[in-house]
Design a protein around this ligand. Structure first.
Ligand code: NDP
Length: 311
């Protein structure tokens, strides 16, 4: 059982890391301030110093559509460096198990829905994020080749859109939920209407960060497979419902204007979590509206001292 083991969490200051800390306070959490994992010697030092039994590898350069597109080489290079170092030194330190997170956005652009794990390497990812996507796909490959040659129990899990406190609320370089929370909140403060892209009809799956944290712990005890495993909610929410939920939670009474001259994005991107369910996963995920409420509450309490605004 993982609970008796020494656990090191990379990316411990990020959104998922902070959610994990709430339910697993005794693990060792590191951020880029303790060790820049792009640097070979920092990664080697931190893993050799702590000698963990288990590594939960969350550290990554994460961004929204614009950031991924404009800095596509940085997303590739930095994530490759971080992953190569973390897994290499985990292998050399004989870490018993490593779980790393991939993302559903690394699936091929031309894919059969629902997203199933066997399709990850079947085609080119979307042109907007192929730097990030190939670095994440390589994390799967690195985990598999270490397993094959050295017998390492390194596994990978694939969340869909994650949201929660400690997210990045940058207007152009964040994900849809934090960007929308900020836009609607600031429109409320300025007594203005809010303009959102597209027509609001696309459906997406969203998972609260604490639920991802619970799933990671479940996989530590219950999954030792070589291939990635999808995790996350399968219920789909329309972008319009998302905006209305956030507006209602933030008590925003202005207008939401849908700018249909801007792209709406793909209509649906459902993923399948049968593999996870077949392991006997029973954790009850938080109701979507409650997750939004907790995230908005955290945002309002900490505004404007949140990542992406004052940092
Ligand atoms: P965040 O952006 O919130 O956090 C990233 C973490 O990585 C921070 O702790 C950051 O440290 C750390 N980090 C970044 N660069 C370095 C570096 N060079 N050296 C050491 N640490 C570094 O990410 P999330 O919590 O949202 O994501 C966690 C994982 O989940 C990532 O692997 C991500 O790819 C994956 N994922 C996330 C999704 C989402 O919707 N957010 C969806 C699917 C997958 P610091 O605070 O010091 O910068």
């Amino acid at each position: 059982m993982f609970r008796d083991k020494k656990i090191l969490v990379t990316g411990g200051s990020g959104m998922v890391g902070m959610a994990l800390k709430k339910i697993l306070p005794d693990a060792i959490y590191i951020s880029s301030k303790e060790a820049d994992l792009r640097e070979d010697t920092s990664a080697s030092c931190v893993i050799n110093f702590h000698q963990p039994d288990i590594v939960i590898h969350l550290a990554a350069k994460v961004g929204g559509v614009l950031g991924n597109k404009e800095k596509i080489a940085d997303f590739f290079e930095e994530n490759m460096q971080i992953n190569l170092n973390v897994l290499k030194y985990s292998k050399e330190c004989r870490v018993k198990k490593v779980i790393s997170l991939l993302s559903t956005c690394i699936y091929p652009d031309d894919v059969k829905y629902p997203l199933t794990e066997d399709q990850i390497h079947n085609g080119f990812p979307h042109s907007s994020n192929y730097g990030y996507a190939f670095a994440k796909r390589s994390l799967d490959i690195q985990s598999r080749v270490y397993r094959e040659q050295y017998g390492c129990n390194f596994i990978t899990a694939v969340p869909n859109n994650v949201f929660g406190p400690f997210d990045n609320f940058h207007l152009e370089n964040s994900h849809v939920i934090p960007a929308m929370i900020r836009k609607i909140y600031e429109a409320k403060l300025k007594n203005k209407d809010v303009i959102l892209w597209g027509d609001g009809s696309p459906l997406r799956e969203f998972t609260y960060s604490e639920d991802i944290a619970h799933t990671i712990l479940f996989l530590l005890d219950n999954y030792d497979g070589a291939t990635p495993i999808n995790i996350g909610n399968n219920s789909e929410i329309s972008i319009k419902t998302l905006a209305e939920t956030i507006a209602s939670v933030l008590q925003y009474s202005g207008k939401i204007i849908w700018d249909t001259s801007k792209p709406s994005g793909q209509q649906k991107k459902p993923s399948l979590t049968k593999k996870l369910m077949d392991l006997g996963y029973k954790h009850k995920h938080i109701v979507f509206e409650d997750g939004i409420e907790r995230t908005c509450e955290w945002f309002v309490k900490n505004y404007p001292n949140v990542r992406g605004i004052n940092e």
